[in-house]
Design a protein around this ligand. Sequence first.
Ligand SMILES: Cc1cc2nc3c(=O)[nH]c(=O)nc-3n(C[C@H](O)[C@H](O)[C@H](O)COP(=O)(O)O)c2cc1C
Length: 204
Amino acid sequence: MAYKIAIVVGSLRKDSINRKVARSICSIRGDNLDCAMIEIGNLPLYNQDLDQNPPEEWTRFRQQVAPVDGVLFCTPEYNRGVPGVLKNAIDVGSRPYGQSVWDKKPAAIVSASPGSIGGFGANHQLRQACVFLNMPMMQQPEAYLGHVTDDSFDESGCLKEGPLKDLVTSLAHAFADWVDMIHRSRRLIAEDSAHAAQRQREHA
Ligand SMILES: Cc1cc2nc3c(=O)[nH]c(=O)nc-3n(C[C@H](O)[C@H](O)[C@H](O)COP(=O)(O)O)c2cc1C
């Protein structure tokens, strides 16, 4: 059974290279990852005053993220940080307090840029928020994709053969394994606890 994955892209640009990278990852592991792109460009800016009566866009977004098994973030770097639109989506999903839709969801962060350091700053700034939000974050391979341009993709938006595609392929496999490992471990721990409780009852 495929895991349900929310793809959250930190760029609103029509021809976003990050969006294309996200699509590539999904198609490489389409056997195991059932991916849905969650749009964030229409989310009103987070305002705590609205928590009692949230805009419907916030509610829809939270409802889209809540049931998924994992999250894949693909983001550009803006001025060495996370694009505002993505930070806003993180904040919207994290509230109301105690009802964060990000909680416990395994995730990975990919940053792609035409620049040479591949959005390292944005990647780690986003990671900081995700770790705080209790998301188990994939550690390796690190995914700072540098020198990515329109030319890295063919006319249908697929990655051309080469080292970038090789790296994205290994990322896709690692992410599918990461999500599987987190969910499998949780199931095993739950089974273990159930067996232990049963043994206790039998010996009581
Ligand atoms: C406001 C702004 C700030 C940017 N700052 C950075 C930056 O700090 N580092 C970087 O590598 N690229 C930076 N760029 C260039 C983006 O990496 C480039 O536009 C990239 O294509 C955006 O990703 P996208 O194609 O997914 O939209 C910036 C672009 C914009 C519009």
